[in-house]
Design a protein around this ligand. Structure first.
Ligand SMILES: [Zn+2]
Length: 139
């Protein structure tokens, strides 16, 4: 297990919202290990929030998050707000793994589509829908 497993503000409500209400999961959600950002390009968000780094180094790569089945957990960059993290994305890998045995780490399914990617059509998949709900809910 890697990361800081302390519960962040709104974490339980946000996880329950995405995991049970949007994805319809019936299993327990994975543990979340929080990591400090130390790599990646700076980003300025729509609300003006500025991030110096967006990822953490793991296995020689800069990642915003990942899911692993054993031990079952997700790792995410610790940020001021949950909607800025890959929470919805990594929970969906866990959900797929629980329900199909394949976490779809290569994002081949239609669930990962989002409107802002012109090559992907014009409909949001469930992951992007969940992410937008996190923003709307103020998490
Ligand atoms: Zn992914």
């Amino acid at each position: 297990m890697t990361g800081d497993f302390s519960i962040q503000p709104n974490q339980e409500q946000a996880v329950d919202f995405v995991w049970r209400q949007i994805y319809g999961a019936t299993t327990e959600p994975p543990a979340i290990g929080w990591r400090q950002a130390d790599c990646g390009k700076p980003v300025k968000w729509f609300d003006g929030y500025y991030e110096e780094h967006t990822g953490f180094v793991d296995d020689y790569e800069c990642k915003g998050g990942f899911f692993q089945a054993y031990p079952r957990q997700i790792n995410l960059v610790k940020k001021d707000r949950l909607f800025r993290t890959a929470l919805a994305h990594e929970l969906y890998h866990a959900y797929l793994n629980d329900t199909t045995g394949d976490a779809d780490q290569d994002h081949k399914g239609i669930s990962w589509l989002h409107q802002s990617d012109p090559s992907q059509g014009d409909v949001d998949g469930i992951v992007e829908t969940a992410r937008k709900h996190l923003i709307e809910a103020g998490y």
